[in-house]
Write a protein that binds this ligand. Structure first.
Ligand SMILES: *Cc1c(COP(=O)(O)O)cnc(C)c1O
Length: 435
């Protein structure tokens, strides 16, 4: 067997210096979000009371194709980037597929997921603007963990509302957040009006990202010097995540290949957009015809079964109305283990791209996702996050199709995180308790 390279890395110098803003190049821009009170299109200034100003401006930037990564953020990226691009030879062999499968391994970040790429940027901008406290919501706890660490790096206090079911199912994520120095509250809680309203109607409410977002926004509004930060869905978050795809593009070049298919799991769209958009820019210019597939859970299928319309981003209706694929802001998904994918809506950029057939979506059942995750662990030696298992399942489906047709397609998927703190989920699957 001739020597073949398995992992591809960039030097520190080659780490991207700019993020890619796909909004500047989309043929149809996202429809503007709407202020629910005035019914006027939303402007950056409307977000200033809740979000930091730079992130608010990035949210609506449809002019600048490239946005500089601040030097302080890039310095932090150097602690774990570039992340490896890996050729999954063993998985290919197990599937007996002619497809070439690559994955971008974001699980090597200090917090175990891609989320840190945006947490560091948001914490940096908050610090620049004199913010002393940040608040946010978290599902499975990856975003809360990333934010807790990023806040610590830039010397800001963090208060995290964690979806109650995850707080109970995943106690170690709470410990991680607390280790990084954050204050963690299970949501819905009695500490906010939004939380009290929910618990009064339904004392056993297990929470969702929507309930936790309502509580965090309320805290940000009520507390001077406190800003709200979000780990997914919004366009500036996805912007920060494009560092993934920009690196992957250079690393695929080192491997001498270009992806025919790019796949990522889908919660609100940040890791999907992060790996996809840099490649999609070559589709937009007509040079390439890559397929992009978002893999969502069958229990929360906003892209495959949702409706494209204006909807709130949270249960209480505190957010602007966003034009997106949604299952309705009061949709309560089943308590699947992929907590990071239990959100009712999709980001406005991805929603527009799906509407314009620039990308596709598939839904994956929970047992299929874990079967894929276990096969990946046994072949490539990495236990994937329950969220990432959805991307792996979709990748396996594509690779099996290649086996049927004999096509030697190049498939790239994003391994958004590892599952080492999600072993209770694997226990349930291995014990046959996931249906
Ligand atoms: C949060 C999270 C997701 C889902 O969020 P997106 O914004 O859709 O990327 C997926 N995988 C992991 C590991 C996560 O932590």
């Amino acid at each position: 067997m001739s020597e073949r390279q398995k992992r591809f890395f960039l030097t520190e110098k080659e780490i991207p210096t700019q993020w890619y803003n796909i909004q500047a190049e989309m043929p149809n821009k996202p429809i503007p979000a709407v202020n629910p009170q005035t019914k006027e299109p939303l402007k950056a200034e409307d977000l200033f009371p809740v979000f930091c100003e730079e992130c608010s401006r990035q949210e609506f930037d449809q002019q600048n194709k490239w946005i500089d990564i601040p030097e302080e953020v890039r310095e932090q990226y150097k602690c774990y980037r570039s992340t490896p691009l890996v050729r999954a030879y063993a998985l290919e062999r197990a599937l007996d597929t002619p497809a070439h499968i690559y994955f971008k391994n974001e699980s090597v970040s200090p917090v175990g997921s891609h989320k840190l790429n945006s947490a560091l940027a948001q914490a940096y901008y908050c610090k620049q603007e004199g913010v002393t406290n940040m608040t946010t919501e978290t599902g499975a706890g990856q975003w809360g963990t990333a934010l807790s660490y990023a806040a610590r790096v830039f010397g800001i206090e963090a208060a995290v509302y964690q979806v109650k079911v995850s707080y109970e199912q995943k106690p170690y994520r709470r410990s991680l957040m607390q280790t990084f120095g954050a204050q963690v509250t299970p949501s819905p809680s009695m500490s906010t009006r939004a939380g009290k309203d929910i618990l009064t109607k339904e004392p056993n409410n297990q929470g969702s990202l929507g309930t936790a977002i309502s509580e965090a926004i309320e805290l940000a509004r009520m507390t001077p010097g406190c800003k709200y930060v979000l780990g997914s869905v919004l366009s500036h978050v996805t912007l920060h995540q494009t560092v993934i795809g920009l690196e992957a593009e250079k690393q695929m070049q080192m491997a001498g290949e270009y992806p025919d298919v790019v796949i990522a799991c889908f919660g609100g769209g940040s890791n999907f957009g992060g790996i996809s958009f840099p490649f999609m820019r070559h589709n937009l210019s007509g040079e390439k015809h890559t397929r992009f597939i978002a893999a969502e859970p069958a229990a929360c299928p906003k892209l495959t079964k949702g409706e494209f319309r204006l909807d709130y981003g949270d249960v209480a209706g505190y957010t602007p109305l966003l034009p997106m694929y949604t299952l309705g802001h009061d949709f309560m998904p089943a308590n699947i283990h992929a907590g990071g994918l239990r959100y009712h809506g999709a980001g406005v950029i991805v929603s527009q791209l799906l509407k314009d057939s620039m990308m596709e979506a598939v839904d994956i059942t929970q047992p299929d996702s874990f079967a894929a995750g276990v096969l990946f662990a046994r072949t490539e030696g990495i236990v994937p996050a329950p969220e990432s298992c959805h991307a792996i399942a979709a990748t396996i489906n594509e690779a099996k199709r290649c086996k049927e047709t004999g096509e030697e397609k190049v498939i790239l998927f994003n391994l958004s995180g590892h599952g080492l703190i999600d072993m209770t989920a694997y226990d349930s699957y291995l014990a046959g308790n996931l249906g």
